[in-house]
Design a protein around this ligand. Structure first.
Ligand SMILES: *[C@@H]1O[C@H](CO)[C@@H](O)[C@H](O)[C@H]1NC(C)=O
Ligand SMILES: *[C@@H]1O[C@H](CO)[C@@H](O)[C@H](O)[C@H]1NC(C)=O
Ligand SMILES: *[C@@H]1O[C@H](CO)[C@@H](O)[C@H](O)[C@H]1NC(C)=O
Ligand SMILES: *[C@@H]1O[C@H](CO)[C@@H](O)[C@H](O)[C@H]1NC(C)=O
Ligand SMILES: *[C@@H]1O[C@H](CO)[C@@H](O)[C@H](O)[C@H]1NC(C)=O
Ligand SMILES: *[C@@H]1O[C@H](CO)[C@@H](O)[C@H](O)[C@H]1NC(C)=O
Ligand SMILES: *[C@@H]1O[C@H](CO)[C@@H](O)[C@H](O)[C@H]1NC(C)=O
Ligand SMILES: *[C@@H]1O[C@H](CO)[C@@H](O)[C@H](O)[C@H]1NC(C)=O
Ligand SMILES: *[C@@H]1O[C@H](CO)[C@@H](O)[C@H](O)[C@H]1NC(C)=O
Ligand SMILES: [Cu+2]
Length: 590
């Protein structure tokens, strides 16, 4: 099946081949897809724009596998610039080469070329997703990645149907141009609208042309597994359906203790599984996805909403002449529901999956903030967002310099890291300050003093089987955003989170060692902290970054090197034969 001529001859056809029949409890299958990435014209709100998509779909095709399956995806790049596809949340045990993190695990697939990703999905059940992992392309190049239980059994009544609810954004601005502007420290651009499964929703219109809404058809009495994924570049979302409640049952491919709520909060990078029972009187009900944002003095963005519809079988087209109920949404400036939602979730205690390491070998305290560097070759410049500076995002006062022509994993594997990266990522902030002091929100003299920072490719190296604890601390340095931190190749125990500055004396007591959530994306609250723990059992080069696109582009990122263990079973194998090294085919970044 590696025969590329055969794959390319399929042209734009969408091929989904399950080579072995996946029967419940049966043999592992090979799930094979061809992703043709291409440009397409799309019209929304009276404007036809060029977008970048897989197989003509926005969102892209769903990858649907059973735990234990092998996934093979042939990506054919018909864009005029390079890209990679990342399998967000897939642990990639000993298959780091297939992680698809641009310039971290591989160089982008050049225009006109193809690449095959091949990996196993083991020990995970629930919802993950996939997306382009260079620049801003993931706004339209994304899709759901569903992992079903091998024995066909869920720890909750089997739903009648399951439905991805992909919350995203519609950008009118070309995504390559958006990337260029953000790299230059300009983050004033906004999407035009929120989307649910690619639909802007009927609250948006132009010249009396009303935008389509996502419609979920249900039957009274049945239960639905909604796989709520946030693919947005910018915002955390609140999601509600009028007249209905949810039971949260999973997140990031791990089960959770069932938690009843009437609203889901989902940050970029997160995937939340909820059961919704269609138990309301048969009729039509609106659903709403609403972006939240911190209040002033943070810079304000427009309100982004997409409205969809839940439609009961048997309900009349005009809803019996009655108004369609709207869910009551929180104020978009109220970020407390997000904090409570995340803090209320616990993992479904599972003897094998929930052995929290009780000792810690290495501790990191990581501040998340913004700063600035001088433009050009200047070493001093006027600060406070003057045109002499470029605003950058930081972790422990380092703004990550993303490699542009090489991949970190390749350099590590070859032992040619010199001049590419160093291994001195700071394990604590160089200069402690009052991280959540409200007076640090710019503009102001306090912030100005802390603003100067620098760019460097600093990584952190761990020995195999190290128990690592990280406290992520959001800062009010130049913003009061939350930060959804995403670690590739791992699920981490989220031990606790809190508001204000982390205080070990007071806060370690809150750590949940019994049944913490296992997450690949941890929402670090606005003006608060989150504590995680994990054991380095997966050798390779693993990207760690904020999943707000403007933060990652501006440098809120690093990578963890996890060394090989003592045996072949604990070591990263050599790159697979189909893996393409950097530097071939005139690779270039868009
Ligand atoms: C999109 O529309 C433009 C202008 O009409 C046209 O030149 C271009 O070929 C179209 N692109 C695609 C991929 O259809
Ligand atoms: C996937 O699992 C199979 C069966 O255990 C193994 O032979 C293969 O090497 C694995 N593939 C990868 C990419 O890890
Ligand atoms: C359409 O979108 C482009 C960006 O793709 C923008 O420059 C232009 O102003 C938009 N036109 C309208 C009528 O909104
Ligand atoms: C169009 O949207 C505006 C608000 O943006 C709303 O007031 C108006 O009713 C909408 N028109 C239609 C035809 O839906
Ligand atoms: C859970 O949510 C409720 C509000 O819905 C809140 O009062 C409570 O403090 C939350 N629990 C935690 C541990 O944050
Ligand atoms: C460098 O600094 C000088 C003096 O402050 C200033 O005039 C110049 O514009 C700066 N260069 C850039 C590229 O900002
Ligand atoms: C840090 O800032 C917060 C919020 O402005 C304030 O309440 C707190 O007293 C400050 N802490 C210290 C130690 O100065
Ligand atoms: C950040 O790093 C820069 C450059 O080394 C240094 O001047 C500055 O004091 C540091 N700031 C903080 C808050 O540590
Ligand atoms: C990992 O370390 C723990 C002790 O910290 C030890 O008990 C265990 O055997 C080690 N596992 C491996 C695979 O090396
Ligand atoms: Cu961030």
């Amino acid at each position: 099946m590696e025969k590329l001529s055969m794959v390319t001859s399929l042209l734009c056809a969408i091929t989904v081949a399950v080579l072995a029949v996946a029967v419940v409890g049966g043999e592992a299958a090979v799930v094979e897809h061809t992703f043709v990435v291409h440009e397409m014209n799309a019209t929304h709100l009276c404007n036809t724009t060029k977008i970048y998509v897989v197989n003509g779909q926005f969102p892209g095709p769903t990858v649907d596998v059973t735990e234990g399956d092998t996934v093979v995806v042939h990506v054919i790049n018909k864009l005029p610039f390079g890209l990679t596809i990342h399998w967000h949340g897939v642990r990639q045990m000993r298959s780091c080469w297939a992680d698809g993190a641009g310039f971290v695990t591989e160089c982008p697939i050049p225009p006109g070329n193809e690449h095959t990703y091949r990996f196993n999905v083991t020990g995970q059940v629930g919802t993950l997703w996939w997306h382009a992992h260079v620049t801003c392309l993931r706004a339209t190049i994304n899709g759901a990645f569903i992992v079903r239980p091998r024995d066909g059994k869920y720890p909750f009544p089997t739903p009648a149907k399951d439905v991805p609810i992909i919350i995203g954004e519609w950008w009118e601005l070309d995504l390559i141009e958006l990337d260029r502007r953000m790299m230059d420290g300009n983050f004033d651009d906004n999407p035009l609208s929120a989307t649910i499964n690619g639909k802007l929703g009927d609250l948006s219109n132009c010249s009396r042309m009303v935008e389509e809404s996502f419609i979920l058809d249900v039957k009274h009495g049945e239960s639905y597994l909604l796989r709520v994924i946030n693919t947005a570049l910018f915002s955390e979302y609140y999601f509600r359906v009028a007249g209905h409640t949810f039971t949260v049952v999973g997140a990031d491919g791990n089960y959770l203790t069932p938690f009843k709520t009437d609203m889901v909060t989902v940050a970029p990078g997160e995937a939340i599984d909820v059961i919704m029972v269609a138990d309301a009187p048969p009729a039509h009900y609106h659903m709403i996805a609403l972006a939240n944002q911190p209040p002033e003095p943070d810079p304000q963005i427009p309100v982004f909403t997409s409205r969809g519809l839940v439609r009961y079988a048997g309900a009349t087209a005009n809803n019996n002449g009655l108004p369609v109920p709207m869910p009551i949404m929180p104020n978009q400036h109220n970020t407390m529901p997000s904090y409570y939602f995340h803090a209320n979730l616990t993992g479904l205690a599972h003897p094998e999956r929930h052995r929290v390491p009780m000792h810690v070998d290495e501790r990191l305290f990581v501040t998340l903030g913004l700063g600035s560097i001088c433009r050009g070759q200047n070493t001093t410049c006027k600060r406070r967002r003057s045109p002499e500076t470029i605003v950058v995002a930081t972790m422990n006062n380092v703004s990550f310099a993303h490699p542009k022509t090489t991949a970190l994993l390749e350099r590590y594997y070859d032992g040619t890291s010199k001049g590419v990266y160093t291994e001195d990522f700071p394990i604590r902030p160089p200069r402690p300050f009052n991280y959540t002091n409200r007076d640090l929100i710019p503009p102001g003299p306090l912030e100005e003093a802390l603003e100067p920072t620098f760019k460097a490719t600093k990584l952190k190296r761990f020995k195999y089987n190290t128990s690592v604890e990280i406290i992520f601390q959001s800062t009010t340095l130049m913003q009061s955003d939350s930060n959804p931190m995403h670690l590739h190749g791992y699920d981490v125990f989220l031990l606790a989170q809190g508001l204000g500055n982390f205080n070990a004396k007071r806060d370690v007591r809150k750590f949940n060692y019994h049944n913490p959530q296992l997450r690949n994306t941890v929402q670090v609250p606005r003006g608060g902290w989150a504590a995680i723990r994990f054991v380095t059992d997966n050798p390779g080069m693993w990207y760690l970054h904020c999943h707000f696109e403007f933060h990652i582009i501006m440098g809120m990122a690093t990578a963890f090197i996890v060394e090989d263990g003592p045996t072949p079973e604990t070591s990263l194998p050599p790159p697979p034969p189909e893996f393409k090294r950097c530097g071939n085919n005139g690779l270039s970044q868009p």
